[in-house]
Design a protein. Structure first.
Length: 242
């Protein structure tokens, strides 16, 4: 079953997303990039506020691909107590070197690699995720310029990505300026996750506050079980690799 991931920037938004029925609360700062990182204190505040009522992921920021910098950020974010750490594979620097260094850590961190449809790496990110023991991969967009994931990749290409990730046993999600109108077609592909930010905000602006009616509209489009039933009926989002 596809799960609804809502990106939030503080504890108040985390509570609002939870109340709207989000399955996964994703912590990031839209003001500082595609995968802008919250401060450690802000992440800790969200972890405390949610208190295990939903799974939490957090981004490490729009980092240059410098191996030791990336490793430190991943470990620091994992130490905040979130369930998943999201690392974007940006085109600047040594992404493969970062992943090689993280191979020693990924079995102890539920790592989600974010692959950008509009800035894709020059190597097979799915194979790399599998080799280092990452928990999953997400497709997203690096440039928040009004274009969406589907402006960069058609449904058949998305289906290929999903199939390749599943073949490696990875959790796989889709994001990237997705709107309500995209949901029905994307659900036919049966991704594990659909991620949203702008579509949940006032006037569709990713930097604006979450809007209750917009969150409810997205939730209504994605079939779901009540949390208690879902917890009893299915395993964790990702296999326990750590």
């Amino acid at each position: 079953m596809t799960r609804f991931l809502a990106s939030v920037r503080d504890a108040a938004e985390a509570e609002a997303a939870l109340a709207s029925g989000a399955d996964i609360i994703d912590l990031k700062d839209p003001a500082t990039g595609a995968l802008g990182a919250l401060t450690p204190d802000a992440i800790a505040s969200c972890v405390s506020a949610i208190a295990g009522r939903a799974e939490l992921s957090a981004t490490v920021g729009d980092l240059p691909m410098v191996p030791h910098t990336v490793r430190s950020a991943v470990l620091a974010t994992a130490a905040t107590g979130v369930d998943y750490v999201k690392l974007g594979l940006f085109p600047n620097g040594d992404a493969q070197g970062c992943l090689s260094l993280l191979a020693e850590e990924a079995w102890g961190v539920r790592l989600i690699l974010v692959v950008f449809a509009d800035a894709s790496p020059d190597f097979d990110a799915i194979d790399a995720a599998s080799r280092i023991g990452a928990s999953g991969v997400m497709l997203d967009t690096a440039h928040k310029d009004g274009s969406s994931l589907l402006d960069h990749l058609p449904l058949d290409r998305l289906a290929d990505f999903l199939a390749a990730a599943r073949a490696e046993g990875l959790v796989v999600g889709l994001a990237g300026s997705l709107k309500a109108t995209h949901v029905p077609a994307l659900l036919t592909l049966k991704p594990d996750l659909l991620g949203f930010r702008g579509a949940l905000c006032r006037n569709g602006a990713r930097g604006a506050a979450l809007d209750k009616s917009s969150c409810a509209a997205i939730r209504s489009l994605i079939p779901h079980l009540p949390r208690a039933a879902a917890k009893a009926a299915k395993p964790e989002l990702a296999p326990s690799l750590c």
